[in-house]
Design a protein around this ligand. Structure first.
Ligand SMILES: Cc1cc2nc3c(=O)[nH]c(=O)nc-3n(C[C@H](O)[C@H](O)[C@H](O)COP(=O)(O)OP(=O)(O)OC[C@H]3O[C@@H](n4cnc5c(N)ncnc54)[C@H](O)[C@@H]3O)c2cc1C
Length: 473
């Protein structure tokens, strides 16, 4: 007689939830996903996917802005001012069309996720769910008993007291795409990843951007050399970057906003975008009653196979605060399912996560950090090659960027890297593969790269880290 199918209920249909559902369904479990705001989650509907769609347009605007240097006349084309007459009207953004595209693409992506789940036989319950003890979920007017539960409810934009969003002028990133126009003068509060990405994008789209950073430099948690390149580019392109400046309050003022800094200075703009972090969406889920421990900020505590402190209850994604990335959420969710369904499972390895900050230029990283190497916590050699001397970079007309590689001293095993370049997100895979497979700089250096290419700088960096035979430590 066949075993009864294990019943799994997943709270939240973002990447943490839906990727887990796909794995569990493929392994034969009976799976229900409870989701309140649309499949794909905030990732697909309001955060990752919309922001990267917006950035696809802003990156194209940057290309248009740089086109003259590559020998292209940009302006009114034939038929617009008579044959052969090229005007000087700069390219401009049609904001309603751009935002409509962003939202349509997000909805389409969400529909794709729904189709995929349906094809795998996953049951969907629309609405908010909560635990009723560790082995049951209340949702859609029913009580669903489950062998295992996965909590993947995500996180919400943090709100600063005194700077409450009104959805018109004072905004979270989730409200940008309902604006009727491009903000003429955008004040971005917060210079972490989200703040830097939107500041970069809106500057390229045509807004005058002021970026308020409470720290010495933008992107304070990232590779310092990379952050300096990006900040330098921001300033050169006309962005105002206010360092060591903390916003105390944001208020409506006439047709715009007034941002008051803690030191009393005032910054005016047409709109203000708040990017001051995320808070976990873990309230009102019945977690305490089910024996699930949260940390001081409300994130669900999990181990490396996504187990919470309650038997049979797992958690994945932003609600755990582990690393707020879609790829990490998805991996945590899959690991939870492999674990609960008795598959062989490897605990999550956060030191191998590849990540990108989608500024222009992009910053892509994987593996150990420069800070860990410089502090001596990791015994590694490092090399940094500016891309300004790379032939392909010259052809494409950019100078800002570098590749940096770290290799274990003695063995030459590649431990990590940083790439600052257009489309660094695509280039980092080579380093990621090397880190995952413990390849050495010798192996990387013997790998063919295309000439001319940016990836050629990666193999060159590896060559620079090679030790001559007989060169003992
Ligand atoms: C602006 C921005 C850009 C980003 N860009 C990237 C990027 O480029 N790359 C990347 O890897 N990551 C990116 N991220 C991070 C990424 O979006 C998150 O890490 C990811 O969304 C986390 O997935 P999740 O499944 O944990 O949660 P979510 O995607 O937030 O999904 C959670 C779902 O659960 C639902 N829910 C909540 N409570 C309940 C309940 N009680 N019952 C039922 N359903 C509930 C929510 O409505 C939501 O649908 C970005 C984040 C932001 C803010």
């Amino acid at each position: 007689m066949s075993q009864p199918r294990q019943r799994i209920v997943i709270l939240g249909g973002g990447p943490g939830g839906y990727e887990a559902a796909l794995v569990a369904a493929q392994l034969g479990a009976r799976v229900t996903v409870v989701d309140s705001d649309g499949l794909g989650g905030a990732c697909v509907l309001t955060d990752c996917v919309p922001s990267k769609t917006l950035i696809a347009t802003s990156t194209t605007m940057s290309v248009v802005h740089g086109a003259a240097d590559l020998g292209i006349r940009v302006g009114r084309l034939a038929g617009d001012g008579g044959p052969g007459r090229i005007g000087h009207r700069p390219a401009s953004v049609d904001a309603p069309r751009l935002y409509a595209r962003v939202k349509a693409l997000a909805r389409a992506q969400s529909a794709d996720v729904a189709l995929r789940l349906a094809a795998e036989g996953v049951e969907i319950v629309e609405g908010r769910g909560r635990l009723d003890g560790p082995g049951a979920v209340l949702a859609g007017g029913q009580r669903i008993e489950a062998g295992s539960v996965l909590i993947a409810t995500g996180a919400l934009p943090r709100v600063l007291p005194g700077a409450e969003p009104d959805g018109e002028r004072i905004l979270t990133w989730r409200q940008l795409y309902d604006l009727p126009e491009l903000p003429p003068a955008l004040v971005v509060v917060g210079s972490g990843v989200t703040g830097a990405e939107f500041a970069s994008a809106y500057q390229a789209l045509g807004s005058q951007v002021t970026l308020i950073s409470s720290r010495e430099r933008v992107l304070p948690h990232e590779d310092a050399d990379a952050a300096m390149v990006v900040e330098d580019v921001f300033r050169r392109r006309g962005m105002t970057v206010l360092s060591r400046s903390r916003a105390a309050a944001v208020k409506r003022s006439g047709d715009g906003v007034l941002v008051t800094l803690e030191d009393g200075r005032a910054v005016r703009g047409s709109h203000c975008l708040l990017t001051v972090g995320m808070v976990p969406a873990t309230g009102d889920l019945g977690l305490a009653g089910a024996g699930i421990t949260l940390d001081g900020q409300g994130f669900v505590q999990v181990d490396r196979v996504s187990r919470t402190t309650a038997q049979g209850v797992y958690a994945a994604g932003d609600c755990t605060g582990v690393l707020m990335l879609a790829s990490v959420a998805a991996m945590q969710g899959r690991i939870a399912m492999w674990h609960t369904l008795g598959e062989a499972v490897q605990p999550i390895r956060l030191d191998h996560v590849a990540a990108t900050i989608f500024t222009d230029p992009e910053i892509a990283t994987v593996g150990v950090t420069a800070a860990a190497v410089e502090s001596g916590a990791v015994d590694a050699d490092a090399v940094k090659l500016p891309l300004a001397t790379n032939a392909r970079a010259k052809m494409q007309g950019f100078r800002d960027g570098f590749v940096k590689l770290f290799a274990r001293r003695g063995t030459g095993i590649v431990l990590g890297g940083v790439i600052v370049a257009p489309r660094a997100s695509e280039l980092i895979l080579g380093v990621s593969l090397a880190v995952e497979q413990s390849l050495t700089v010798d192996q990387m250096a013997h790998t063919f790269a295309v000439y001319p290419s940016l990836s050629g700088s990666l193999t060159e960096a590896a060559r620079r880290l090679m030790r001559p035979a007989g060169d003992e430590l």
